[in-house]
Ligand binder design. Structure first.
Ligand code: AGP
Length: 637
């Protein structure tokens, strides 16, 4: 979490820092700040809230209103003028957008942080695990802390180390020897035209320009300016000037500078005709699905393609373990269902944070597969690393080829072509993960059992059209869903292959509208959750009875469970196919989707639930694309 940027060169740093921060806002958006080097001093401004608020604060430095207001305070007006001049002229600075881990989102806790003398300013992404003991030591030495952050210890430690060493990189190494945890650091030093960097377990890249350097947590940020990217490795430090990068390892040895040439990305992501990125991304699902089918399933009569890069012999794999978080975990549950069904391989699904640090009993015939849209989720990376160290084969499904998980499992990654997902709540990335798991399950079944799944493959080809038909019903769904905006609790139920969709529907509603929602297997309701039911708790069931009735009884049993809820006076909603005529009078709200085989229905059934969360959140005036407390990329454990 948190995004950091830095710039040194010939252009105005402030503008580049703010633009860079905007492109990193997906990593956290509860406060932001920048610091620039101005002649001999470091000038800094920070603010709780989103980057737009910081921008406004900077603009106000020059506004006559502020100067007039502060006429009584000569000091304030001089300060505003000094800051404003520094931001207009400086070509060296650092910036940060925060997702709070230690300390509330406030101006004070926002980065950059400084030492007592204001000789340095630094921004940090990561967590210093032993900050409390370091803080106590520093306090005993008379240092008064001004923030509640873990980061402030680094500022004081670095400042002290500088007094005892000749070189700033040596001083930084001394700090690195003391701190435990993860960090990407960018530091400004008074009087010195340079930026100092360090990295451990948090991403940090340098974009190499012509007489200028751009630093960021994510290469997509620097790719707006240059196609030459240097990725720092763990425990490396760097000193960056406008014309040079000096890179060293933890022992002070010079490291080789390996620059990769990536495709430059000058495109600015736009919402187009849509009010929010979320609804734009919901609408992109037919195109993404279509692209994936063309890539992997162009000819249903032939074996599935798209996995040629993998160095895995599936006939030698005896067990698969999925590790993932959030929506990716729900996708994994669907993957388990399909792989066990078609390929007959036992599959476990683990919450990545639970798998990350336990003793895992795996060997070379086990495949541990991490699913992560961002490819940067710390819990998933830790879980895959744990499995790799224990001797398992590892693989990943990710939406980003330029990501830590891709590098960790290389060449065993399948990259979903969903494109950049801006909205924090996952929609098209989730459905692309689910579809990739259909492909993987078919691939394993074909490789191990020589299975003929032509019929399933043919049926999958119809998905883009059906998704389109669901999206066309958005307005109808909106009318149905808006009646439910004012409930405070929801229960989502389903069985079999759609049980994970009940979990996903509940997660979407929770994260977008802040309404409490829980997903359960329908059959489990009577074992406890039923106690909470009354007229204030709507129950939404997914009951798909497709034409081929893959598993007889699932639909009927889902209906009886819904009746049980209704008997407790719960308002009842159901997602069901057009042809199910036996639902009137049983449910208060019937949310229709086109007829679809139960086995293929998860991707289709999830779309009305995306709309449910969207319309309710909009109705309640919530921040749809950037819900409170969340971040798109969760890079802390
Ligand atoms: C989904 O809507 C969530 N924002 C979240 O649960 C997400 O799926 C989870 O954090 C995992 O992210 P990843 O796929 O990037 O690893």
């Amino acid at each position: 979490m948190c995004g950091i940027v830095a710039y040194i060169g010939k252009n105005k740093a402030k503008d580049l820092l703010l633009d860079g921060l905007k492109s990193l806002e997906y990593r956290g958006y509860d406060s932001a700040g920048i610091a620039v080097l101005d002649d001999s001093k470091i000038e800094l401004i920070k603010s709780a809230g989103k980057i737009a608020k910081l921008e406004q604060k900077i603009a106000e430095l020059r506004s006559p209103a502020l100067v007039a207001d502060s006429a009584s305070s000569e000091f304030n007006s001089m300060l505003a003028e000094r800051l404003s001049k520094a931001f207009e002229t400086s070509s060296c600075g650092i910036g940060h957008t925060r997702w709070a881990t230690h300390g509330i989102a406030s101006d004070g806790n926002a980065h950059p942080h400084q030492d007592l003398e204001a000789d340095i300013a630094l921004v940090h992404n990561g967590i210093i695990k032993n900050y409390l003991s370091l803080k106590h030591e520093l306090e005993q030495d008379g240092i008064e802390f001004r923030t509640e952050t873990d980061t402030e210890v680094i500022a004081h430690l670095f400042s002290r180390a500088r007094q005892q060493t000749e070189s700033d990189l040596d001083a930084l190494r001394q700090v690195m020897a003391k701190v435990e945890g993860s960090y990407a650091l960018a530091i400004l030093v008074k009087d010195q035209q340079k930026i100092i960097l360090a990295k451990n377990q948090s991403p940090l890249v340098i974009g190499i320009g012509d007489g200028e350097h751009f630093v960021a947590s994510d290469s997509s940020t620097v790719l707006q300016y240059t196609n030459k990217v240097l990725k720092l490795k763990d425990l490396q430090v760097a000193e960056v000037t406008a014309g040079q990068v000096k890179l060293e390892d933890i022992n002070g040895n010079e490291s080789k500078i390996e620059v990769c040439h990536s495709v430059q990305n000058n495109s600015i992501l736009e919402k187009g005709p849509y009010k929010h990125f979320l609804v734009k991304e919901i609408n992109e699902q037919p195109a993404v699905t279509s692209l994936m089918l063309d890539q992997c399933l162009a000819n249903p009569a032939k074996p599935i393609s798209g996995f040629e890069q993998l160095d895995i012999d599936f006939s030698q794999i005896n067990r698969i373990v999925f590790v993932a978080c959030g929506s990716a975990y729900h996708a994994a549950l669907i993957g388990k269902y399909l792989i066990e069904l078609w390929a007959k391989v036992p599959v476990e699904v683990a919450i990545a944070s639970e798998y990350a640090s336990k003793q895992v009993l795996v060997g070379e015939s086990d495949l541990v597969l991490g699913i992560s849209q961002s490819g940067e989720t710390a819990d998933t990376l830790a879980a895959v690393t744990n499995a790799k160290q224990a001797g398992a084969k590892v693989m990943a499904i990710t939406n980003k080829s330029d990501s830590a998980i891709y590098d960790l499992v290389s060449p065993n990654a399948y990259v979903t072509p969903a494109g950049i997902e801006v909205s924090v709540a996952s929609t098209k990335a989730f459905t692309s993960q689910v579809l990739s798991l259909y492909f993987l399950a078919i691939k394993i079944a074909e490789d191990r059992l020589n299975a003929d799944l032509t019929e399933v493959k043919q049926a999958l080809r119809s998905l883009p059209l059906v998704i389109d038909q669901v999206i066309e019903r958005a307005e109808q769904y909106q009318n149905q869903f808006l009646k439910y905006s004012n409930y405070r609790d929801f229960l989502f139920l389903s069985r079999g292959v759609n049980y994970p969709i009940a979990l996903e529907g509940a997660l979407k509603l929770k994260e977008l509208s802040y309404i409490h929602a829980t997903g359960y297997p329908s059959g489990e309701m009577k074992h406890g959750p039923i106690a909470i039911l009354d007229q204030n708790v709507p129950v939404l069931s997914i009951a798909i009875d497709g034409p081929t009735k893959f598993e007889h009884g699932i639909y009927e049993r889902s209906l009886s469970n819904a009746e049980e809820a209704r008997a407790r006076k719960s308002p009842s909603l159901v997602i069901a196919c057009d042809d199910n005529n036996d639902l009137d009078g049983v449910f208060d709200e019937i949310i229709r989707i086109p007829n679809i085989d139960q086995l293929l229905s998860p991707i289709i059934a999830t779309i009305p639930l995306q709309f449910l969360a969207y319309y309710i959140a909009e109705d309640l005036g919530k921040d749809v694309d950037q819900p409170r407390n969340l971040a798109k990329s969760v890079t802390v454990e």
